[in-house]
Design a protein around this ligand. Structure first.
Ligand code: SAH
Length: 265
């Protein structure tokens, strides 16, 4: 009887909510492979975004000498995790990652199989928290992951490539097959690792830098001279600058920083 009941409990343990990007990993080898990408340091703070049914969670909160916390928006999954792993009580913040406060007062590492519908906003959250984020390991749709890791000169190079690479070393670690998930997503996935470079370009006004990079790419077929016209503070200095004849996708991260320092500081 007990076994049947348990099975039944398992069968109804949770619903899968498409609207919350819920594709749960069930391939244990893949779960371990993702966890193994972490640079575990004694006493480190670790935040998991979207633990869901606990696929990688169970390997994370049991890491010795690691302060683990998670942020999960779905109360049903939080209840499930609390019941399944009582040691998680007090470690899961029921909140929207896009609204939540910073979960730690000192530097932390982030990991997650991200909800794909909000993976870009999550990256902007990481940029906002960047002074305290040492490392991020995240699962993305493969095309999104490749875009973020792309270099200048390619069509896939865009806003998040420049912004994330301005603050982090970005590595595409490996591809993840659809069948590793329940339900399988329609596309392949990829795992990226971001390692903080501690603001190597010394960008002081991050918001303004983001605004300029966005403006440059929002009209990516235009030259920067035209794309940035409406936000350029010193119109007259632009005319002789050959960099302004280029398009956003031709500029390296260093070029963007140079342009930013020349006209926007
Ligand atoms: N890590 C789990 C689940 C990944 S699916 C696994 O690999 O199996 C994405 C998870 O993110 C889901 O649990 C979903 O409920 C959660 N999620 C979706 N939007 C969120 C948000 N805005 N804030 C926090 N968690 C969110």
């Amino acid at each position: 009887m007990a076994v049947v009941w348990f099975t039944l409990t398992f069968a109804v343990m949770y619903t899968l909510k498409k609207s919350l990007g819920q594709h749960f990993l069930h391939d244990e080898n893949m779960c371990r492979k993702i966890v193994e990408t972490l640079a575990v340091k004694p006493g480190m703070n670790l935040l998991e975004i979207g633990p869901g049914g606990g696929a990688i969670t169970k390997y994370l909160f049991t890491l010795p000498d690691v302060n683990y916390k998670a942020i999960e928006i779905d109360t049903e999954k939080v209840d499930y995790l609390h019941k399944t792993y009582p040691a998680l009580v007090g470690k899961i913040i029921t909140a929207d990652i896009l609204q939540a406060d910073k979960p730690f007062d000192t530097n932390f590492t982030v990991i997650g199989n991200f909800p794909y519908n909000i993976s870009s906003p999550i990256m902007f959250r990481m940029l906002e928290w960047e002074p305290m984020v040492d490392e991020v390991t995240g699962m993305f749709q493969k095309v999104v992951a490749m875009r973020i890791a792309a270099g200048p000169g390619s069509k896939t190079y865009g806003i998040l490539s420049v912004l994330m690479q301005a603050f982090f070393k970005v590595e595409f670690l490996f591809e993840v097959h659809e069948n590793c998930f329940t339900p399988p997503p329609k596309v392949k996935s990829g795992v990226l690792r971001f390692t903080s470079l501690h603001n190597p370009f010394n960008i002081q006004d991050k918001r303004k830098f983001i605004m300029v990079v966005k403006a440059a790419f929002n009209q990516r077929r235009k030259t920067l001279r035209n794309a940035l016209k409406s936000i350029m503070p010193l119109q007259e200095t632009v005319t002789a600058d050959t960099m302004m004849d280029k398009r956003a996708e031709q500029l390296s991260v260093q070029d963007f920083v140079d342009l930013f320092e020349r006209y926007f500081i």
